[in-house]
Design a protein around this ligand. Sequence first.
Ligand code: ZN
Ligand code: ZN
Length: 616
Amino acid sequence: MIGEMIGYEMRLVNRICNAHGSQWRNLSAASSVIFLHDNNSFHISRLQKVVQRCAENRSIRQGTACHAQIIELGHQIDTLTSNMLINMYSKCGLLNQARHLFDQMPERSPVSWNTIIGAYTQNGIESDAFKLFMQMPREAATQFTVSSVLCACAAKSAVLECKQLHAFSLKASFDSNPFVATALVDVYAKCNFITDSILVFESMSEKTDVMWSSMVAGYVQNEFYEEAILLFHRARVTGLEHNQFMYSSVISACAALAGLIEGNQVHALLRKSGFYANVFVVSSLVDMYAKCGSIRDAYSVFSGAEFKNVVLWNAMISGFSRHACSIQVMVLFEKMQQMCLRPNEVTFVSVLSACGHMGMVDKGRKYFEMMTKEHNVSPNVYHYSCMVDVLGRKGLIYEAKDLIDDMPFDATASMWGSLLASCRVYGNVELAEVAAKQLFEIEPHNAGNHVLLSNIYAADKRWEEVASARKLLKDSEAKKERGKSWIASKDRVHTFMVGERSHPQISLIYCKLEDLLEEMKKLGYRGETKHDLHNVEDYRKEQLLWHHSEKLALAFGLLCLPSCAPVRIMKNLRICGDCHLFMKLASSITGRKIIVRDNNRFHHFENGSCSCREFW
Ligand code: ZN
Ligand code: ZN
């Protein structure tokens, strides 16, 4: 039996050595190991030390040579030595060899099990790690094994496995171990089982800072942004020092909520902490201010940062791009290169989309080419998407369509959406139908596409097609989301639905709206109904348009905010043509800055014009 195994091992070693060429013989001679048949135990302990060193240095050639000598000394079935060899092979990335040793072992210690399972988890082979865990003798499992297999489950969002491991931890009383508990919080959050995360988190009487930050990050991943912010502050009340991961997570929660007030509070805390110089935290701060509509704050954080890396430059450039500050995008793009920083694919997305905003087709083409030729960045689907936008916005709709047809990827919904939007602006019904058909397939539940197509028909007075598009929308599963806007005043967020009736100040709001309308009518404003879907009389159409949620939010903002403050409004849907015109006129009548973030982009209204240059 043992003879057979030695034979097998030798063949294995020979195969490994052959794979490494003729080096093996030289190696064997050159290795620091001197092979002597007598004084066996002295030599095996030296060999073990060398194997450990090989594992540390990832030196597979020497390690293999040692393996050969161990076989010759007859120690390959010794548990301690085998464990070291398994460790060495797995550290060097030769998992199959590690497993083969493991499978041949007549006796396995808990260390053998944990080493091979650890090897699988570290190399991202979660399913094998989990299978071995289930086979392993229960008493061999340690808290370390459970937490490492759990981490592997997180990577694969394997919730069933996670539940089994959780049950096992409860039985083995591992659940109070901070590593196990943190891993459970993490896996459940990654698998969108946030309630289970909360249960595990709250059940811990002593919570480590890693656990707090996992829970905050878990909330953010599951889009429970308010809860993330609350937990962040709760951690502070319990006397915990926030770590940089917590700061990054909570700042991204503020960004997602467009919560400028909350963001300012976190910024104030951050200033006092030791992480204000951390470039990743600062980048998330820049991103947060840009997403909250305060591009000036974003820039002041950016320019105040002592150390700037590509991530930070990208955060600022994409912030400017989102706010349609295209000149600033170009300036920073040049500056960044002067500082010897190489723009990467993220940078080019911002630069190309800025070209789209500015209607700069030639520049867009130049940058698109520059990516591969000068910077060795091959364009991905986002860059193509930007180029479709660049061309479509200038009315080069057929060229945009050709680009979609010729590119090496499947077209995305956003590409067809951009093409459809260009078709609306340029009244191209033919390609609008093509784009819409694709969109109906990719996004069957997005009612916005149906609405956009019927708007295009309506603008062209094709009433029959309007009717059939509307019927199609009715028959499909797609549901039109109700328009909703929100605005913050005095630490409170006020939400307005389209046609809102229940807000406590609603009558004042409608009065304010009427006053504004009177002023606007003097400037020749009439509700712009051509893009509206409703098949009703003009007067009624005007009525419906007046009640759009962003107009109500604006009237509320004008009533309640200090007269010098800009009015910041968030909206869940794309702003309609009429509201866009309304905001422009309102900005010139009231002299106020109005900033609207719709689901697509920011619009900065000032002195009667908008930063988006009529493209949205
Ligand atoms: Zn509207
Ligand atoms: Zn605009």
